[in-house]
Design a protein around this ligand. Sequence first.
Ligand code: ADP
Ligand code: MG
Length: 314
Amino acid sequence: ATPTAVMVATGVGANHGVLVKGGDALERAKNVKYVIFDKTGTLTQGKATITSTKIFSGIDLGDFLTLVASAEASSEHPLAKAILDYAFHFHFFGKLPSSKDDMKKRKQAIFSQWLLEVADFSALPGRGVQCLISGKKILVGNRSLITENGINIPEDAENFLVDLELNAKTGVLVAYDKKLIGLIGMTDPLKREAVVVVEGLKKMGISPVMVTGDNWRTAQAVAKEVGIEDVRAEVMPAGKADVIRSLQKDGSVVAMVGDGINDSPALAAADVGMAIGAGTDIAIEAADYVLVRNNLEDVITAIDLSRKTFNRIR
Ligand code: ADP
Ligand code: MG
């Protein structure tokens, strides 16, 4: 392709909300053999909602939610955002503002009044968050986070989790002061176009793969819904890049689509990294493409554009 053709293709992409950083990335997309999708926020909407809670140790639901929301207040994770929303609705039910903008303003004003003071906050990609509240450690995240901290997960909690996971839901565990104090069941629906895009890729001779930090049961239930057979679950952020490299071993061209901080090593390792526009800045920086419309159909648009631009007779 001539430099002019590349420029035109870049412009056509931009008009569709597909931003590509350079002609090399544009060209590599034509030979993509695998498209690796992150689950949360990429295949799914990244707008989780809470479906159930289970509380141990006699703590009241309102206090429980205040604790958890306080711990999650600084996280950018979609699950964290959903927890804050739920806590907000719980505490201020019936006082909902009319417009979204108004809602945002009120939320900030109100949150700053009742959230507990948090110290030593850290987000642990692929696991959850931890911080101190009233001098005691709170952990909000998956099983690994809890067990790594030497906290026991009792059998009734484990049963509750498995039940959620078999239904494609994610279980979030909460430990405070070295004890498991509760569980939160969350659901994050698939993006509307996800099934069609996966089907479309298969028709193009491209193999879709799902990679996620979430647990195996949830991952497989979601993969089944979306039509992906090749699933890699319970993968830590560095492990996502390893998945890419293992698929590249036989010379295959591998694309990665992701949205999170935890996806950035994989986005950088892939031959073609595609970041969801609504994703975190770090993911966008690591990627070759930005899908501004947050629509997975644009994965196909990008590959098509590359094929059309570079497979012409020279
Ligand atoms: P994915 O790879 O599907 O995008 P992540 O790697 O972001 O998922 O997260 C993996 C798992 O870690 C989540 O399913 C959740 O159990 C847990 N997790 C990560 N961040 C948080 C958080 N802020 N709050 C609660 N749980 C979290
Ligand atoms: Mg994600």
